[in-house]
Design a protein around this ligand. Structure first.
Ligand SMILES: NC(=O)c1ccc[n+]([C@@H]2O[C@H](COP(=O)([O-])OP(=O)(O)OC[C@H]3O[C@@H](n4cnc5c(N)ncnc54)[C@H](O)[C@@H]3O)[C@@H](O)[C@H]2O)c1
Length: 266
């Protein structure tokens, strides 16, 4: 344990994970926040999965509670924030990790129902938690908001609904940062690249019918840095930096955590 987040209350939304044999971004972030001294609120629409995350944190001597909430529901986000303030009196960090893909392809193959679902989940799960944390952070005159986007927002990607939703998160976060800078609130984006997480590997290999090992080989080959995907811990360490006071002058940025993949632009 360290103390970069000592005394802080941190909410991680999407703190459970897709089942699989590796750790996901949300769970790894919740665990590192707790190891750095934060009291963690692990939020997921699947309570059992959030409870697993909390079990790991408590097992290491950290402090965390699990809360069931659908991050796309405005009333549930309002209840979540007021519940945390009632319990711990403040909210220092909000980390929005929820994101989904699906039957998504190029512009000529857009499926309306999938477009609506992906845009709705990926954008509302950021916008509503932010809407209800802002009054709390404004009152405190400080806080750090971290929104998980993707390098798909800025790199060529044939998955247009996902790409558009993540580009929307980048744009929204710039407004969030500028509109709340005078209150001492920081807002930043992390853009993960190709990460070896269950959501990506189990999810995509099932979706495309490719064996897991083959998919891992294909994804590793696309990464400039050591020809190896990143892990959820790489995203989590970037989140620790953006959550803690070491990044006190950093706001409105979109930080790629991608082994150099987005550096290929231009
Ligand atoms: N893994 C990658 O390669 C990769 C790359 C780029 C970006 N990302 C982004 O990382 C994030 C996901 O990372 P992960 O590995 O933790 O995924 P994950 O799927 O393992 O975990 C996401 C969690 O969010 C929960 N969730 C889904 N919808 C919810 C809702 N409406 N309300 C509350 N909880 C909900 C799920 O139950 C799950 O536990 C997404 O935003 C994704 O777009 C991942």
């Amino acid at each position: 344990m360290s103390d970069r987040l000592a005394g802080k209350v941190a909410i991680v939304v999407g703190a459970g994970q897709t089942p699989g044999d590796r750790i996901g971004n949300g769970r790894a972030t919740a665990i590192l926040f707790a190891r750095e001294g934060a009291r963690v609120v692990a939020v997921d629409r699947r309570l059992d999965s959030a409870e697993e995350t909390v079990g790991q944190i408590v097992g290491e001597g950290g402090e965390a509670v699990a809360v069931e909430a659908d991050a796309t529901s405005e009333p549930e986000c309002e209840r979540l924030m007021s519940g945390v303030v009632e319990r711990w009196g403040r909210i220092d960090v909000l980390h929005n990790n929820v994101g989904v893909g699906g039957a998504d392809a190029g512009p000529a193959h857009v499926i309306e129902s999938e477009w609506d679902r992906i845009l709705a989940v990926n954008l509302k799960s950021v916008i509503f938690p932010c809407k209800y944390v802002l009054p709390v952070m404004r009152e405190q005159q400080g806080g750090s908001i971290i929104n998980i986007s993707s390098i798909a927002a800025v790199c060529s990607a044939p998955i247009v609904a996902y790409k558009t939703s993540k580009a929307g998160i980048n744009a929204y976060t710039q407004s969030l940062a500028l509109g709340n800078a005078s209150y001492g609130i920081r807002a930043n984006v992390i853009m993960p690249g190709l990460m070896n997480t269950p959501m990506a590997i189990e999810g995509i290999s099932k979706g495309l019918g490719i064996p897991k090992e083959e998919l891992i080989r294909q994804r590793d080959a696309q990464v400039p840095l050591r020809k190896k995907m990143g892990t959820a811990w790489d995203v989590a360490w970037a989140a620790v930096f953006l959550a803690c006071d070491e990044s006190r002058f950093v706001t409105g940025v979109a930080l790629p955590v991608d082994g150099g993949q987005s550096a290929r632009i231009g």
